[in-house]
Design a protein around this ligand. Sequence first.
Ligand SMILES: CC(=O)N[C@H]1[C@@H](OP(=O)(O)OP(=O)(O)OC[C@H]2O[C@@H](n3ccc(=O)[nH]c3=O)[C@H](O)[C@@H]2O)O[C@H](CO)[C@@H](O)[C@@H]1O[C@H](C)C(=O)N[C@@H](C)C(=O)N[C@H](CCC(=O)O)C(=O)O
Ligand SMILES: Nc1ncnc2c1ncn2[C@@H]1O[C@H](COP(=O)(O)OP(=O)(O)OP(=O)(O)O)[C@@H](O)[C@H]1O
Length: 489
Amino acid sequence: MKLNILLEHVDKAVNSHLLDIDVDIKGIATNSSLVRPNDIFVAIPGYRVDGHQFIDAAIQAGASVVVGEKDLKDLIVPYVRVINSRLALAQIACQFYGNPSRNKIVIGITGTNGKTTTTYMLKYILESCGRSCSLFGTVQNVVNGKTLPSVNTTPDALELQKQIALSEDEFIIMEVSSHGLSQYRVEGVEFDYCLFTNLDKEHLDYHRDMEAYFSVKASLFDQLKPNGLAIINHMDNWGKRLADLLTSKGYQIFLVGDKSYHDLQIVHFKSGVSTVSLKGNQSFELSLNILGKHNILNASMAFLTALLIGIPQQKVVYALEKFPGVPGRFEMLQHPNGATVVIDYAHTADAFYQCLQTAREEGANRVFHVFGFRGDRDKEKRRDMVSVSKEISDVHILTLDDLNDVPYEEMEQALYALSDGGYVISDRTIAIKEVLEHAHKGDWVCITGKGAEDYQQKFRLPTASDKETVQFLFQKIDEATNGGFEPLH
Ligand SMILES: CC(=O)N[C@H]1[C@@H](OP(=O)(O)OP(=O)(O)OC[C@H]2O[C@@H](n3ccc(=O)[nH]c3=O)[C@H](O)[C@@H]2O)O[C@H](CO)[C@@H](O)[C@@H]1O[C@H](C)C(=O)N[C@@H](C)C(=O)N[C@H](CCC(=O)O)C(=O)O
Ligand SMILES: Nc1ncnc2c1ncn2[C@@H]1O[C@H](COP(=O)(O)OP(=O)(O)OP(=O)(O)O)[C@@H](O)[C@H]1O
């Protein structure tokens, strides 16, 4: 593509005369090691390193044009200075791949919790009706039925535009994170449906405060196509704010909630099976294989969206009944002694509440809760998480989550400082072992924070995830002759 066409929609600072240069651009790169001859290299001042440092390497690798934010002179190739490199990248990628989101039905889901679950539910409903979907999210990306690894919840603009262009699927369903929005990863994507699940204290190491976090999330809705629809959880206070904001802007909004004026009303809110009704219609049952009122809410959001897309109600009900769940989201395993083990991805206070309260409402005798905190991530939410755990569970055990380069001892100290009457067992696998040893029939063990993700560091047991650890320990119980655990060596 000719440079002048490629840069047509880029907010440029200076050197715009270079747009006239008759250069043919073959591709786009943001990493110097991935540059190929005749690529345009976009230098991004990153959080770890400054991409401008790699301009020479990019040129050596064949970049024929460089885009950046700095005032640079004397480059041997044309240099386009822009106000924001990430924004320019999105605008360039969008143009290069021909605005691919315009040819798709695009669904974006934002909010602190429930994005992954809701995307999975929607994908399942649509695919059950023979419609094809690409998916972008925390657990995996899927395009044309092929699974691709997921580096970020929301991929960077270059990867996202490329994958949407490659997609032959009818729908694009994506989780839109606040980082993704603030880093312009979805800039240029035009959405048919945008969903808001909820907002809870999270990522305040990145956003100034909750107001700033909310504003970023709300900005997704400005990317709706002219006839695009917003679907909002109106039981969440931030959802109420968003609904007011979008109404004042003239957007078409649909609300999920527990009041008769909601477009989808959850009339009788119960984990597993709930009664819901559509405005002005008879109520009916919505049943799910996964427990938790929060999952009923996620299902209701998916339900309303599917109806707006035009899927018949009965087909949606049927698909949700069969929905197999999401790896590591309230995934239940049965302890040989009759206790119940739940592996969940809860890592905010609200998610703790949902997970632990579900165990309580299911009649748990005692609730054991094993959890930790990500190193080098939002510290503000930690105390709230501990207090919810302390309030709802009978025993809370603090353990290590991903260290993210924080020294082991430092994180261990943080656990002791926060434990508030709970136990600290630093080795995650040993914490799980201790709890499984102490849990009896009728007790529930909730292990939260990692979900289906692999461990980032080695722990004492030879396992790579919470599920593997639990299954490894169950196996040991089965093998042991005395009905207890084999000693560990
Ligand atoms: C803090 C943060 O958001 N970082 C994101 C950011 O990376 P960065 O700014 O650190 O990049 P960098 O490593 O400093 O590199 C800067 C530039 O130099 C280039 N470079 C670098 C080295 C080299 O040799 N040559 C070279 O050209 C790099 O390609 C890059 O363009 O831009 C990258 C590309 O978009 C992201 O992958 C990366 O996400 C990292 C992996 C991350 O962990 N992000 C988290 C915080 C995040 O975004 N999370 C949300 C979900 C949150 C949630 O809801 O739970 C998400 O959407 O994933
Ligand atoms: N609607 C909801 N309200 C509150 N908590 C929820 C809701 N849905 C899920 N959760 C909790 O949040 C955890 C993460 O759920 P899910 O992966 O669906 O959310 P997410 O928004 O994709 O999270 P992340 O952005 O961190 O990947 C679940 O394991 C559960 O504990």
